[in-house]
Write a protein that binds this ligand. Structure first.
Ligand code: FMN
Length: 348
């Protein structure tokens, strides 16, 4: 079911993303790597030439097995020292995506990666815009509509093996979401360069992460991507009146969004206590109840399965869902304080 929802998300996203980064972009000039990368504020300088935490590329990837049901989301990554792999694994776990590694035919040794020595393999490759290191494994994009593509930043750019991958893949019908890890540099133009080299697919703005990025931060980014790139969000209407809501960034709201994205949810509410409207959602949402004193406009989850919209105040253990931002307290009383109402939650 989740996969069907995601498929619908991304099919729609493909349509909406006409306004996103286009794949038909001017190919950025690939020039010799300058001695200093970008402006001073963005320069990445290794703290020491002693590389720490360097590991050989794992040669023992789990064998790929045929999924019973085709997954439509895939995470593909290249990682020389394991940092990007860690982030890729988290993204795959959150999204339920398949996970595949770009494995270099010739593994990178610690010496190859020594950024203190500009004559080593990684530096030489990055200095040569034509370098295309061989990939050991074939990665098929068949059946996938969303691709998270991860890589480390090497001298301000994506490693050349990424160019090999994107130039040999067909991203037609695929939304590509680049992400990278680095010592400190931002993603810069690396995602644009890869999009230009790929020449197909819908590429959205990429994002840089620390190796120690939390699952919560990644979840926030993933739902932001889904919502913003589709230009759609969770809407609420009371008896047909649309209200602007500032939704919380939490698991409960994400679960509600996912539920509503497949079909609008109509909830019959009952006015209660002279300060709130309460209605059964008909579904259980993740809850993280906290003792809360509500204000007019607050929308909360009660008991994991009821939505409460306040036009007055109450103190109880609730999970916050959001807050109506475009109505005054008296307007809310007018709307919600004159008998039972029906609310409609929709993804549009
Ligand atoms: C050859 C090389 C060049 C690098 N260049 C940069 C850089 O320009 N900016 C930066 O912030 N980090 C740079 N780094 C650090 C890596 O981007 C960072 O450690 C990354 O998280 C490694 O990811 P991985 O473990 O998945 O390979 C470089 C590392 C190497 C090996």
């Amino acid at each position: 079911m989740k996969r069907a929802i995601r498929l619908i998300f991304w099919l729609l996203l493909c349509v909406f993303c006409a306004g996103c980064k286009s794949t038909v972009q001017a190919v950025p000039a690939e020039t010799e790597i300058p001695a200093v990368y970008g402006d001073e504020s963005k320069v990445w300088l290794p703290e020491s030439t002693d590389r720490k935490g360097t590991a050989e590329i794992a040669g023992s990837e789990a064998p790929e097995t045929e999924a019973e049901e085709q997954n439509t989301t895939l995470v593909v990554y290249f990682s020389a020292t394991g940092t990007t792999r860690g982030v890729a694994e988290k993204i795959a776990a959150i999204t339920g995506a398949d996970l595949k590694e770009i494995i270099p035919a010739q593994p990178y040794t610690n010496e190859d990666l020594d950024y203190g020595d500009r004559s080593t393999r990684a530096s030489a490759e990055q200095n040569n815009p034509e370098a295309r290191p061989e990939i050991a494994n074939a990665i098929s994009l068949d059946g996938y509509t969303t691709l998270y593509l991860g890589y480390p930043i090497w001298w301000g750019q994506a490693p050349r093996i990424l160019s090999r991958f994107v130039e040999s893949s067909d991203f037609s019908g695929v939304v590509v979401i680049p992400f990278c890890t680095s010592g400190s540099s931002d993603i810069g133009q690396s995602d644009d360069s890869l999009a230009a080299q790929a020449g197909s697919g819908t590429w959205v703005q990429g994002r840089r992460f620390d190796g120690n990025v939390t699952e919560e931060m990644l979840k926030g980014w993933i739902s932001e991507m889904e919502a913003a790139n589709m230009g759609r969000s969770l809407h609420i209407a009371v008896d047909g009146t649309d209200l602007a809501v500032d939704w919380e960034d939490n698991d409960s709201v994400r679960a509600l969004m996912e539920q509503v994205s497949s079909a609008p949810l109509t909830v019959r509410m009952s006015m209660y206590g002279g300060f709130e409207q309460v209605g059964a959602l008909g579904i259980e949402l993740p809850r993280n109840d906290r003792q809360t004193t509500t204000r007019p406009g607050d929308i909360v989850l009660y008991s994991g399965n009821q939505i409460v919209v306040f036009f007055g105040s109450n103190s109880w253990a609730y999970t916050r869902l959001g807050r109506i931002t475009d109505r005054s307290a008296s307007e809310l009383t007018e709307l919600l304080g004159n008998g039972d109402v029906t609310i409609m939650l929709a993804w549009k």
